[in-house]
Write a protein of this length. Sequence first.
Length: 178
Amino acid sequence: YLQGFGNVSGEFWLGLDHLHRLTAQQTHELYISLEDWEGGRVFAKYSEFLVGDAGSKYTATVSGYSGSTTDSMTSQYGNGRFNMNNQKFSTKDQDNDNNDVGNCAIVNGQGGWWYPPSCGYAMLNGQYLTGCNPSCEHAQGIVWKTWRGYGYSLKKSTMMIRPTNYPCKCAGFIICVK
C-alpha cells in the first residue's frame, strides 16, 4: 500500500506515499464515485482530504461531506465510532485501528483502509466479490454501508482527488474546461 500497485485502467491503488506527497502541498478535495451491479450510481464529495506521512501511519483527514448518498466515511453515529477522520491506515500486518476486538483489515474484507474504532461504514479496498449480492458475507467486499448495506459488494468504486482551488471552470467534478 505504500508505493501503490495495479493497473490504472482497472484495479489500482496510487500509494500512501504518493497520496501524502500530493495532499501535503495544499488542501485537496476527494470525490468518490460508486456503482452497484444494477447500474445504480452515487457519489460522495469531501471538501478536505489529507493523508499524513509515515510517522503518522498515514492518518487521514476527511471532512466537509456532500453527495447523492448518505455519508459513510465521516458519520457521527455512535459517538464517532464510525468516523474515519483522523484514523491511521491499517492492513492485515499493520493493525493501527482502535478496534478492541481485532484487526479491522482482517475482519472486513482483507483490505487496507482508514478504519475507525467500529471498523466503519465504508471500505473501498475490500475483496472484489461477484455473484453474492445482496447477501455477501458481512463487510467483506467493496462496501458503502449507508447506500447498499454491509452485505452488498459494489461493482466499482473510484476515488479522485484534486486541489480545492483547482483553476478551471468545471462542469461537474470530472469534466473541466480551461
